[in-house]
Design a protein around this ligand. Structure first.
Ligand code: ARG
Length: 456
């Protein structure tokens, strides 16, 4: 029998049950739901709707039910539609008559909104923490190879030499923005909906700020209808995770390229690669491909929820139950990728010789010649054209660019620019890719990391 059986003459059709039950996926919310119930008990005691003794009995029973879940011995009954009803049903069984008072002045609508906010608050912190750890792993790869440099690319064409650490830190900055966003979302969701009831509050003398305070929420809802129907916080969490996923997919794609024989810039540790069922020589970067591939479902989860929310009339609608699976999936998947990628970067050997010789490509010096001409007073457009012609001549005549420069009286004074690493060293403007600018960036990076960690 369901908890609402009083109103109905026949039991629910099994197809409707299968369609509407959510215990199969929302049971993971048990601890957050019980935390919400504990706070609600204090609201009831405060309002003298249950006595202190009754309240204590409910609290002890909630502890017992939580222990059953923790130990994996909680038994779902056929009538438990979702985690909230399962817990209430079990409390009633164990606590006796007082169990029937637990749901006083509460609806599943404010209960589920509260539970999900508590879950999301923890989940976002965990994702943020893991994203910071991945950022550390990226920076550590740079620190392990302090002098390594490589071609920086635009259009995936070699453009200018960059320090490896500079390149990796570009990814780190994107992760730090992700963390900032995750923590912003966490602050915005820090509003307790508990006490909103089904949609309009209650005639009973409750003070919702009591549970809000106990649950560590920064604020209590101001509008009961908004409280039960707002899922902005889920959409925001899904967006933040999706964008993080987009960043992870870019790192994944890059690792796929770097570990190919064509690039050969990096080698993943064996523990982070997979073999082939047929080809004995294969060492595949599946970790990187999955980091790239998981992004699809993260974006899909966001899109799905936005479409679910679109056009919903106020206030609670059962459609909102569809908020959970995408959220659980996105959190779970992104944590898997963050942990695996962090390990993969920690296992990575950067093949500095290969990357360096690619970066010492003669043509990457073209801009340095043009900029030296600028130093000598030639307008940049003119310098660009002159050097462009020189590059064209090298390509047409198949003469090495450096030989052409060294052999041309008009340019031979620039031959020193071809010294390996010379071009990299010249990239010294603020935020640039060369070693001289790296220190200032490091200071800012350390400071930003400290700020974000302090918010966790
Ligand atoms: N499992 C439901 C959900 O996740 C609980 C709320 C049901 N509320 C209701 N009025 N039927 O949304």
């Amino acid at each position: 029998m369901t908890l609402w059986a009083g109103r109905f003459n026949s039991s629910m059709d099994s197809t409707i049950w299968d369609l509407s039950e959510s215990y199969s996926f929302d049971h993971v919310l048990y601890a957050h739901d019980i935390a919400g119930s504990r706070a609600h008990v204090e609201v009831l005691v405060d309002a003298e709707l249950v006595s202190r003794d009754e309240g204590d009995r409910l609290l002890l029973t909630l502890d017992d039910v939580e222990a059953e879940f923790d130990r994996g011995v909680f038994v779902r009954k056929p009538e438990d539609e979702d985690i909230h009803m399962a817990i209430e049903r079990r409390v009633s069984e164990l606590a006796g008559d007082v169990g029937a008072k637990l749901h006083t002045a509460r609806s599943r609508n404010d209960q589920v909104a509260t539970t999900l906010r508590l879950f999301t608050r923890d989940a976002l912190a965990e994702v943020a923490r893991r994203a910071l750890e991945l950022g550390d792993a990226l920076s550590d790869l740079g620190s392990r190879n302090p002098d390594a440099y490589m071609p920086g690319y635009t259009h995936l064409q070699r453009a200018q030499p960059v320090l490896l650490s500079h390149h990796l830190n570009a990814h780190v900055w994107s992760l730090l923005r992700d963390v900032d966003r995750l923590l912003d979302a966490r602050e915005r969701l820090d509003v307790s909906p508990l006490g909103a009831g089904a949609l309009a509050g209650t005639s009973l003398p409750i003070d919702p700020s009591v549970s809000a305070g106990l649950l560590g929420f920064h604020e209590t809802f101001a509008n009961s209808m908004d409280a039960v129907s707002d899922r902005d916080f889920v959409a925001e969490a899904l967006f933040d995770i999706a964008l993080l996923g987009v960043h992870l997919s870019r790192m994944g794609e890059e690792l796929v390229l770097w570990t190919s024989a064509e690039f050969n810039f990096a080698t993943l540790g064996d523990a982070f690669t997979t073999g082939s069922s047929m080809l004995p020589q294969k060492k595949n970067s599946d970790v990187a491909e999955l980091a790239r591939g998981k992004c699809g479902r993260l974006v899909g989860n966001l899109t799905g929820l936005l479409v679910t929310l679109k056009g919903l009339p106020l206030s609670y609608n059962r459609d909102l139950q569809e908020d959970k699976e995408p959220l659980f999936d996105s959190v779970h998947q992104v944590l898997l990728v963050l942990a695996a990628l962090a390990g993969a970067y920690r296992s990575t050997t950067f093949n500095g010789d290969v990357a360096r010789s690619a970066a010492d490509d003669d043509f990457l010096v073209a801009i340095d010649i043009a900029e030296r001409l600028v130093d000598e007073g030639v307008p940049f457009r003119r310098a660009h054209e002159l050097v462009g012609r020189l590059v064209g001549r090298a390509v047409e005549t198949n003469v090495a660019f450096r030989d052409l420069v060294a052999g041309d009286a008009a340019y031979e004074r620039f031959a020193d620019l071809f010294t390996p690493g010379a071009s990299l060293a010249r990239r010294r403007s603020p935020g640039a890719a060369g070693p001289e600018a790296a220190g200032a960036q490091q200071v800012r990076l350390d400071e930003r990391r400290r700020e974000l960690r302090a918010r966790l």
